[in-house]
Design a protein around this ligand. Structure first.
Ligand SMILES: Nc1ncnc2c1ncn2[C@@H]1O[C@H](COP(=O)(O)OP(=O)(O)OP(=O)(O)O)[C@@H](O)[C@H]1O
Ligand SMILES: Nc1ncnc2c1ncn2[C@@H]1O[C@H](COP(=O)(O)OP(=O)(O)OP(=O)(O)O)[C@@H](O)[C@H]1O
Ligand SMILES: [Mg+2]
Ligand SMILES: [Mg+2]
Lengths: 251, 251
């Protein structure tokens, strides 16, 4: 069972889109996959077709010790082998609610201890380095960093590396499996220049697959579908299938 | 003195870009403007040409009570009348560091109490609803919400409205001055459709000015410049000057 956190505190870089679509591609290829939505916004939950406000329980209840992961688990409709742990708005209170709790960084790891039967577990992290993200970095064995080929996103990598280093006392085994460039448009010189800079600064961990800027990826979530169900022949579908193959090979 | 928070917990919607460029446009039009960077990533600080790691003190020291706003203030080079309160990485610890402090939601409001001589004070909020953002919503009189014309950004507005309502006990005067659509590309039907949906759902508070998708806006930050200094004749410069005029009129 590979447990991978998709994290980057820079907002809007494609974390949710990557978790949903790599997850769906792996499930369609026969790998049992569990997606965990750690963001109070519930973008991943909504992208899979579920309204977080309609759900009685979510990940917050699991971190709070009131439910197990299998109590709140949803089988994603239309994609055999893909399950989801939904988020709820109450996750935005997690930092203040759990700040004083013993083992507050290990709540997710503990809950995950009873889960078996998956090939992959993916964490969709919120755009911050608060307690919920720290829980993900402690519970994960690997981290994959979606990054836009733009200035702010490149700067954000330094802060993220510092945070990963801070967590290494709690989780010495955590390794950065790779960086994946998103929203790539090779007509934009900015994208080409920053991509080359990332390749120079992070040789060996940049995924070959670049996710191209493709509006279908922004349309699919409003239908509650992954890109393979929404438009299987577009650039976004090709890129995420290629990335799923690359991740499956990289272990 | 108008104190305006630019907030949206959805990441990557153009908060920092909007604060920097509206601030620069107002300063060039003779309005004394103070920009406050509340994001541990320090995107606004870097966009203005300063490396957060080089600075001895930042907003965290002010919230911590160890410095005043004027101790950490920087006069932005090249833009008369524009000052900056820089951010630092330690802001990502603010939730846990200040969780138990009395008046923890009022730290920024208190620090701002001694500040005079500005026409506008802008807060660039991080993409979350943690303690630092709550401090901004308590200290502000107005809130402006940058929003992309895409599905996830539209969904995020509901969570943000709930949070603004939650803060209204602490700051009953806080009003939403407006929503501004960013990254708008009228060739994309998704953008046109979501824009019309926002207009239907939020009549009267949607700014007339739409900020068009313009790569110059993503290039300027790497030179530490606002768009008017970097490329004064591009679509991004026109749109942000128009938005600055609209904001100045709307009080
Ligand atoms: N390759 C792409 N091409 C075009 N649009 C994309 C692409 N990837 C993601 N999007 C769209 O861009 C927006 C941001 O993506 P997404 O929400 O996945 O980022 P995120 O990093 O999860 O954001 P947050 O930091 O708020 O959690 C969404 O509206 C999404 O649909
Ligand atoms: N209208 C635009 N057209 C093209 N690129 C833009 C536009 N506005 C912002 N950008 C770029 O998009 C990225 C995201 O913008 P920005 O950092 O301002 O968003 P944000 O909401 O502040 O993000 P965060 O949630 O991480 O704080 C940046 O690289 C920025 O340069
Ligand atoms: Mg997300
Ligand atoms: Mg920002």
């Amino acid at each position: 069972m590979r447990i991978i956190a998709f994290a980057n505190q820079k907002g809007g870089v494609g974390k949710t889109t990557t978790v949903q679509n790599v997850g769906a591609a792996l499930a369609r290829a026969g790998r049992r996959t569990l997606l965990v939505d750690l963001d109070a916004q519930g973008s991943l939950t909504a992208s899979c077709g579920y309204d977080p406000d309609d759900l009685k329980m979510n990940l917050y209840d699991v971190l709070d010790g009131k439910a197990s992961l299998s109590d709140v688990k949803i089988e994603v409709e239309g994609v055999a082998g893909l399950d989801l742990i939904p988020a709820g708005m109450d996750l935005s209170q997690a930092d203040l609610a759990f700040a004083g709790r013993i083992g507050r960084e290990n709540l997710l790891k503990k809950a995950l201890g009873q889960v078996t039967g998956y090939d992959f577990v993916f964490f969709d992290c919120p755009p911050n380095l608060g307690l919920v993200t720290v829980n993900a970095l402690v519970a994960a064995d690997e981290i994959i960093i979606p990054v836009q080929a733009e200035y702010h996103a490149l700067r954000g990598l330094e802060l993220l590396q510092k945070s990963v280093a801070m967590v290494s006392d709690l989780n010495p085994a955590l390794a950065v499996t790779g960086l994946v460039v998103t929203f790539f448009d090779r007509r934009k010189s900015l994208n080409r220049e920053v991509y080359n800079e990332i390749r120079r600064n992070f040789p060996g961990i940049l995924f070959e697959t670049r996710i191209r800027d493709n509006v279908a990826l922004a349309e699919a979530p409003s239908f509650g579908k992954d890109i393979l169900a929404y438009r299987p022949t577009c650039a976004g579908a090709d890129d995420y299938e290629a990335l799923a193959r690359e991740i499956a090979r990289r272990s």
